[in-house]
Design a protein around this ligand. Structure first.
Ligand SMILES: [Zn+2]
Length: 264
């Protein structure tokens, strides 16, 4: 306010012009022989510890980074699943008709999450064996499309298709065992292969526990009415699905580090 009240107008001292004038000097003084490799490695996620990694490995890593699309496909699938689930729970109370449609979208979201969960696992495990890579990717993609179609198309909502719908979800989830066992056999001397398998087993346990709680309606079956607001089976189910997806995300980071550093 002072510059407005005291006669001749002065520029407000919002910017320190002196320091701006010094800035160009500071830039010139700065070490221009900035290490490009060091600069680029700072762009990697924190999990990418470069301790003990040789310089030539770092340059390979920067020259030929491994493709990220399978990892992003999984993140997209997980986001679609959680978004579909949130939309379902937000609008399901509107009407019976909308609740019916929303539930279908919720199922499609779960199918998308399961199908895309396979992408990092299959792609990064078999990227050097294109035959198995495309075989597993093709299989899970077809399974995913079939399950989403079964979830969305009204034709398949008839009672006689109920067991087929349930078995498609089960088959899709369970078929993950095949590429996981294949991966362990193929890369049994690779610590990352065993580490990711550990994460995948934990993910299977979390998803399985979620499905079990969902089906058995624990704990509200023991004390009906006590868990209507918080702690009922459907909430526990969603918490376990998020935990499972997070475990899979951690496995995805291990795959990226492994393939970035070692390639094929
Ligand atoms: Zn839900």
């Amino acid at each position: 306010m002072r510059h407005l009240m005291s006669g001749p107008m002065k520029a407000p001292t919002v910017v320190d012009f002196k320091s701006l004038q010094n800035l160009s000097k500071m830039i010139r003084k700065a070490d221009l022989s900035w290490n490009l490799v060091e600069h680029l490695t700072k762009c990697l996620p924190e999990q990418f510890s470069l301790n003990g990694v040789k310089d030539d490995t770092i340059s390979t890593l920067i020259v030929k980074p491994i493709t990220r699309w399978p990892f992003y496909a999984f993140l997209g699938g997980a986001m679609f699943c959680l978004l579909a689930s949130s939309t379902c729970h937000l609008f399901a109370c509107h009407s019976q008709r909308l609740s019916y449609i929303m539930l279908r979208i919720d199922y499609a979201g779960i199918a998308a999450l399961i199908a895309t969960s396979f992408y990092p696992l299959v792609y990064y495990s078999f990227m050097c064996n294109p035959f198995f890579c495309y075989l597993y990717l093709g299989f899970i993609t077809l399974m995913g499309i079939a399950t989403i179609a079964f979830s969305l198309l009204p034709f398949f909502q008839k009672a006689e298709f109920r067991k087929y719908r349930a078995s498609l979800f089960f088959l899709m989830g369970f078929s993950g065992v095949v590429p996981i066992i294949h991966k362990v056999i193929l890369h049994k001397h690779q610590p990352e292969a065993l580490q990711t398998t550990g994460y995948e087993i934990l993910m299977g346990v979390l998803y399985g526990l979620g499905a079990l709680i969902y089906v058995t309606r624990i704990p509200e079956r023991w004390r009906p009415g006590k868990f209507d607001i918080a702690g009922h089976s459907h909430q526990l189910f969603h918490v376990l699905v998020v935990a499972g997806a997070y475990t899979h995300y951690q496995a995805g980071l291990v795959y990226l580090r492994w393939r970035d550093l070692k390639g094929c």
